[in-house]
Design a binder for this molecule. Sequence first.
Ligand SMILES: Nc1ncnc2c1ncn2[C@@H]1O[C@H](COP(=O)(O)OP(=O)(O)O)[C@@H](O)[C@H]1O
Ligand SMILES: [Mg+2]
Length: 397
Amino acid sequence: MSAHGEPGRDRPLVGRGPELDDLDDALSSVSAGSGSIMLLEGEAGVGKSSIAHAVRTTAHLLGLEVRSASASAVPRRPFALLADALLPARPVPGAEDALGPVPSRAASPVEEELAALLDGARDTPAAPAVVARTEELFTALVRRRGDSGPWLLVLDDLHLADEASLAVLYRLAREGAVERALLLATMRPVPRGAELATVVAAWTRAGARYVELRPLAPTAVVELAESRVGAPVGPALRGALATTGGNPRFVADLVQAVQDAGALVPMPPGGVDVAHDGWVGPLDALVVARLDYLGADVTALLARASVLGSSFVVGDLAELAELPVAHCWRVLRHALAAGVVHARGDRLAFRHDLVRTALYAGLDPAGRRDLHARAARALQEAGAPPAVVERHLHRTV
Ligand SMILES: Nc1ncnc2c1ncn2[C@@H]1O[C@H](COP(=O)(O)OP(=O)(O)O)[C@@H](O)[C@H]1O
Ligand SMILES: [Mg+2]
């Protein structure tokens, strides 16, 4: 599996054999001349960028040309994603002194025209005719790049792409597969705007393959943690790892927090385990910060749900939060799509217990006591067993 990583710089990916095999097959078919589109979707931190990186490395080894860019959360200018991926790097005005000239490959006439159009639109919004011409040129650039050999285009975090780039991708999809190219796009299930949904639908009609990147299996989680600490891990750390829900970013965060807190101690024979819980507070804060992308409405409601336990009935949450049930469902839809909670019959369950405990820890103590009191009342009225009601009453003092 380490063949998929760049030795020295990258850590090998664990538990992704089938996905990488699929992508290797797609690369081989592109080398043989056909066109292919793959959409890689998965929750935040599940490993999309890591897979994209591994695919780039393999493509280099196969002698494919690689073009790649990541969309960013910071608002960007129109066509930013495609310009980053497809146009030769140019010196940033004012940056020459500090960094020296940026090396760039020679631009083709189409690339030069594109660069000029984008420069012209730097300070003022471009006229519709200019936007149309820019779209046309980007489309042609992607279509024709295969003339000089098979290539790979990676667009990471497409859910953050600028609308103008999405318009080009839509147009390409409508015209059918791009010969001699593998187009690989990664995206989160949320946030998903209407433009992205349209592009994904058009690509699906054009024959795109859709790969859902699932959480890592429990054995892979332990393997990942052991590769990070360099030793077999003991039962207490394994227990903590089980709360990550198979999300490699949370595994990495947890291991880092344990190491930073100096909580990792040798455990004969030859293993390591956690010795104290000084890492829990810093990890909670980091995990809550990682949920920012969901928006304050969603995290606030999830924090209240955390009082109810690792799974909860939405009606009880509505009661507790003093909100209409329909409103709760609207808010929780995002958490469901993001993979933070999943549905279990009429209940929702937190997918990563460490998310629940982090949100719970982030509630202020007085508010938390009040929520437990309201939970006790709501659950009693809903007919919950006395012991469950009692557990909440205990936490109100
Ligand atoms: N299969 C894996 N094996 C080992 N580490 C992984 C794996 N997948 C992801 N990681 C690590 O987890 C973190 C998050 O991965 P990343 O690819 O950035 O996720 P995403 O792009 O889906 O948000 C990174 O530190 C990455 O190195
Ligand atoms: Mg990523």
